[in-house]
Design a protein around this ligand. Structure first.
Ligand SMILES: Cc1ncc(COP(=O)(O)O)c(C=O)c1O
Length: 352
């Protein structure tokens, strides 16, 4: 007999990406910059000295303290997780299981499956013109469905824009549930939603080590919220959810604030260069406050395939709501971006 899965999980698709065999990989919004070897050696040295037969710190206490300092809050307001995906999952499990989560569309592709895996139903509310947050529509949906949670990503993926803090504050004001702001692209934009936490007790901000730190391989994320919320999340999250490598690598990067800042500056410089290069090819590029760009094309699927032929992989987002004409490209290294722009020129048959 084949056991019957829960209907909600059976209806999900496994997370897979099209094609992984393309040399220039600009499809996952990773940092294009690997860690300097001197930093890797420091991480490896610390890993070598640590006991591997023992469990790591159960709540990554040392890393939690450094991340709390980075975010300007007390340690008891931070929960460290196995990537920010786990952060969203734990929030859904603890605050929305059996209830409803309101999310914006188009938004991060994992928002829905994470909420569903956390036991929630999902209601999607379209963004307004210019990919702005439709606060009134989100709140109306939350009221109609007695939502337990509103989940938004700011800067939003794949649109690249950020929602102003006052719009997100309006989402939280008078709402009886939890507003979760996924700030995966922290560091690439000027106004962090962390400041919302001062004025609202029903907001949680999620961050990741996968982008600004350049530690996608380590799998580290964290939640910043009130001590009361973190106390609840501490009950839901698995013990030892963050492995030793993730803890040590993230601690080392947290101590390297200048290095992290310099790497962000480099990505931002390249982002503007790529945006200008695309516009020079006649491509519509949306403003971005993250490490990627959303662009509009006459025939995005054809362009996607031609880019692959030229060895460049971007993200096909044509199946996202209202993005039928769009592709998303991650900012790469200078060389990768040159190669991408040359491939775009060839794909669009723009004479040199
Ligand atoms: C909005 C958003 N949240 C979360 C993530 C994933 O983060 P992590 O690697 O921490 O699970 C991404 C990655 O692309 C993202 O765009």
């Amino acid at each position: 007999v084949t056991p019957t899965p829960s209907a909600e999980i059976g209806a999900l698709s496994p997370y897979r990406l099209k094609r992984e065999d393309v040399p220039v990989k600009l499809n996952q919004n990773e940092s294009p910059l690997d860690l300097p070897s001197e930093v890797k050696r420091e991480i490896l040295g610390r890993l070598g000295e640590a006991p591997w037969n023992r469990y790591p710190e159960v709540r990554a206490q040392a890393l939690r303290a450094s991340l709390a300092a980075l975010c300007g809050v007390a340690d008891d307001r931070v929960l460290v997780t196995n990537g920010s995906n786990e952060a969203i999952l734990v929030l859904a499990q603890a605050y929305a299981a059996g209830g409803t989560v309101v999310v914006a569309k188009p938004s991060y592709s994992m928002s829905r499956p994470l909420a569903v895996t956390g036991g929630a139903r999902v209601v999607e509310v379209p963004l307004a013109d210019g990919f702005a947050l439709d606060v009134d529509a989100m709140r109306a949906a939350a009221t109609e469905h007695h939502a337990a949670m509103i989940l938004v990503a700011s800067p939003n993926n794949p649109t690249g824009n950020r929602f102003p803090n006052d719009a997100m504050a309006r989402l939280a004001r008078g709402f009886g549930g939890l507003v979760v702001v996924d700030e995966a692209y922290w560091g690439f934009h000027p106004e962090t939603p962390l400041s919302l936490l001062d004025g609202a007790s029903n907001v949680a901000v999620v961050r990741t080590g996968s982008k600004a730190f350049g530690l996608a391989a380590a799998r580290v994320g964290w939640i910043v919220a009130s001590a009361a919320i973190v106390d609840i999340l501490d009950r839901a999250a698995l013990p030892y959810n963050v492995g030793l490598f993730a803890q040590v690598a993230s601690e080392v990067m947290t101590a390297r604030r200048d290095l992290v800042a310099a790497r962000i500056v480099e990505v931002l410089r390249e982002r503007e260069r790529v945006a200008a290069g695309l516009r020079a090819l006649g491509v519509t590029v949306y403003p971005s406050e993250a490490n990627f760009l959303l662009m509009e094309l006459a025939d995005p699927r054809e362009t996607f395939l031609r880019l692959v032929e030229h060895g460049v992989l971007v993200r096909d987002v044509t199946s996202y709501w209202s993005l039928e004409k769009c592709l998303r490209v991650t900012v790469g290294t200078t060389e990768e971006n040159d190669r991408f722009l040359a491939a775009m020129r060839a794909a669009l048959e723009v004479p040199a």
